[in-house]
Each structure stands twice: as structure tokens, then as C-alpha cells.
Design a protein around this ligand. Structure first.
Ligand code: RI2
Length: 334
């Protein structure tokens, strides 16, 4: 297997969350494929595709939940395979990889702006908005609304165990938005004062269920109880085509030392630590999903999938995807 050093480093950064956030992971993945294409020493078309496949597989296996990752890889690889099937030369296939990566990258940034624009229309003066974790798409809605002159407050959960909520709070504070940081377990305590919840997504299933940072479904439950609007910001490449055929989205379980110090584990061999990184919020607790194509009710997720991945069943899945999807990864039992 000939995967360039830079791609391996990128994969490592995604795995240990130096690069994180579903959108950022997707952008890193397409960058990885461009690097693999540029560095490939293949002498023929088949070897070149094999190099790409190897790089894609390494990237795919870094984090199992964010569907943005396989979708981004698929966006580029399907185009490379198509160029191959059309009989293009190795250099032409390489060009198609550069072009597709660049296209995905630019479109993904444009999507964040559009989500910000559409989503900001849902924010009203005087709102108290709760958010969880750090989502670039959700932050885009809040910043857009603020810049358009709306005045509101945000409550940001700290988001154990990795504290991404601190990132959100500091971005919002720098923008001048009044923001309070709370512990995750205070979400229900504050919910009675909240007007809207705005969160991001790592994946959206065909039935409209939303997979996002662990704790999201508890916040959704509290919002449901208090009759508070629950809004999800998700680019269409976070919708999962596999779920149309009944596959479940894998929930990543991360190492115990993200929660407790290793010394604690040594001192308490009888304590088992569980650390699922995501949970699933059923569609019935979601009011709206803001995508770059417009605002939809969760029940319309299937329509987005049909529009975005209509070609999915007609294209032979690249080898890396078939293997990647079959490779067992550490998963939560839930
Ligand atoms: P954007 C993050 O996952 C959070 O769960 C966040 O809501 C989601 O990705 C989407 O983020 P992690 O990588 O793509 O922190 O909107 O585990 O930035």
C-alpha cells in the first residue's frame, strides 16, 4: 500500500480530533485525495486508481459516524472512476480528482454561508437560543442573524468530554453576541427560558433522525417537553444514502481517557468507562433542518437524498467504500 506520509498524517489528525467537525473532516478528506493524486508514482491508470483507493480507505476509517466523510470521498472517487471508465488517461483522471476536490471544497464553504442566510431568518429579536458542541453550520446561522441586526442571547453547553462548547462560546463572544457557558447537565434547568435550540449534525438519516454530538438527544427531549423549537443546521452532504437501504449509522465510541485520567482507571480496575461520541435524535423531536438547498421538515430528508444521491444505486461503489463499510470499528452497543 502506497499512501503518502501527508495523507497518513491527515488521517491521524482526524482520528485524534486535531481536525474535527463534520464539515471540516469532509474538507480534509478531499484534500487528502488531492495529495494522494499529486504524490502518486503510478505508471498506469489501474495503479493510479489503486493508490487513490488506498488513500481513501485510510481516510474513511478514521471516524465512523460523520457521514460527511464517506460522502466527500465518494464525491471525488465516483468522478475518478467515471473518468477511468470513459477511458481517460492517468493524467486526465488525476485532473478529475483535483477538479472534484476543489469543487467539493468550495461548495461546502458556500453551503455554510447559505445555511447561515436561510437559518438566520428563523431567529427573532429577543430570542434565547441554546446550542450544543461546536458546529460551523449552526454558528453561521447565529453570526448571520447577529450581523443582520437581530439581537438575542445564546446559551452554549460546554460539551463534555472534549469541551467543543467553549469554542462556540468564544467565537460568539468575539462577534459581540451575549453568550453563557453552562455544564451539559444544566440544559433542562435553563430550557424553560429558551426560545430555540440550534445545533449542527454529523449525519441525517433517511427517516429524518439526526445524529449529533452526545447529549443532543437529551437536549431535544427537554426542548420537546418545554415546546421549544429544535432546529438542525446540516449541509446536504451530511445526509446518509446508506440509510435509505436500512443501514444504521455507526456511533463512534472514543477512548476512556477522554473522560477520566489514566491514573483513575489504574486505581479503579472495576470501573468501566463508556464514551459514545454521538447520539440519535428522532425526527419527531426535530422541527426543521436548514440545508443549503432550503429549510425542510425532517420528514423530507428522503427527498434530499433522492435529489443528491439519485445516482447512488446506479454507480458501482468504489472498492474502498465497499471494504470500508464492511470493516468492523469500535461501536457503541446502543
Ligand atoms: P459542523 C461535530 O462533531 C459536532 O457533533 C457538530 O455538531 C458536528 O460535528 C457538525 O459540525 P465532532 O467532530 O460540520 O466535534 O457544522 O465530534 O462544523
Amino acid at each position: 500500500m502506497t499512501v503518502p506520509e501527508e495523507v497518513l498524517k491527515l488521517a491521524e489528525d482526524i482520528k485524534n480530533m486535531r481536525i474535527r467537525g463534520a464539515g471540516e473532516i469532509a474538507r480534509a478528506a478531499v484534500r487528502g485525495l488531492s495529495i494522494a493524486a499529486a504524490k502518486s508514482e503510478a505508471t498506469n491508470r489501474e495503479e493510479f486508481l489503486r493508490d487513490l483507493d488506498d488513500a481513501a480507505k485510510v481516510l474513511l476509517l478514521t471516524r465512523p459516524t460523520a457521514v460527511s466523510l464517506p460522502n466527500a470521498l465518494r464525491y471525488v472517487m465516483v468522478r475518478a472512476y467515471k473518468a477511468y471508465e470513459e477511458g481517460r488517461t492517468k493524467d486526465e483522471i488525476k485532473e478529475s480528482v483535483f477538479k472534484a476536490s476543489d469543487e467539493f471544497y468550495k461548495n461546502s464553504l458556500k453551503a455554510i454561508d447559505l445555511i447561515g442566510m436561510y437559518g438566520s431568518r428563523r431567529i427573532e429579536d429577543g430570542d434565547i437560543i441554546m446550542t450544543h458542541c461546536h458546529s460551523t453550520a449552526a454558528v453561521s446561522i447565529l453570526v448571520n442573524a447577529w450581523r443582520s441586526g437581530k439581537r438575542f442571547e445564546v446559551i452554549s453547553t460546554e460539551t463534555r468530554p472534549r469541551y467543543q462548547g467553549r469554542i462556540t462560546a468564544s467565537i460568539l463572544a468575539k462577534e459581540g453576541i451575549p453568550v453563557s457557558l453552562i455544564v451539559d447537565s444544566a440544559a433542562r434547568f435553563f430550557m424553560e427560558h429558551v426560545d430555540k435550540v440550534v445545533v449542527g449534525a454529523d449525519a441525517v438519516a433517511a427517516n429524518g433522525a439526526v445524529v449529533n454530538k452526545i447529549g443532543t438527544s437529551m437536549i431535544a427531549l427537554a426542548a420537546h417537553e418545554a415546546r421549544v423549537n429544535f432546529i438542525v443546521a446540516a449541509e446536504t452532504y451530511k445526509f446518509s444514502p446508506e440509510t435509505v437501504l436500512g443501514s444504521l449509522i455507526r456511533i463512534e465510541e472514543r477512548p476512556a481517557d477522554e473522560i477520566v485520567e489514566t491514573q483513575y482507571l489504574k486505581d479503579n480496575p472495576g470501573v468501566k468507562v463508556r464514551n459514545p461520541a454521538f447520539d440519535v435524535t428522532p425526527a419527531s423531536y426535530v422541527d426543521l433542518i436548514v440545508t443549503e438547498k432550503g429549510v425542510i421538515p425532517p420528514e423530507a430528508a428522503i427527498l434530499i437524498l433522492k435529489e443528491e444521491f439519485g445516482w447512488f444505486s446506479s454507480v458501482n461503489l468504489p472498492k474502498f467504500l465497499k471494504e470500508g463499510l464492511e470493516t468492523p470499528v469500535e461501536m457503541s452497543e446502543y
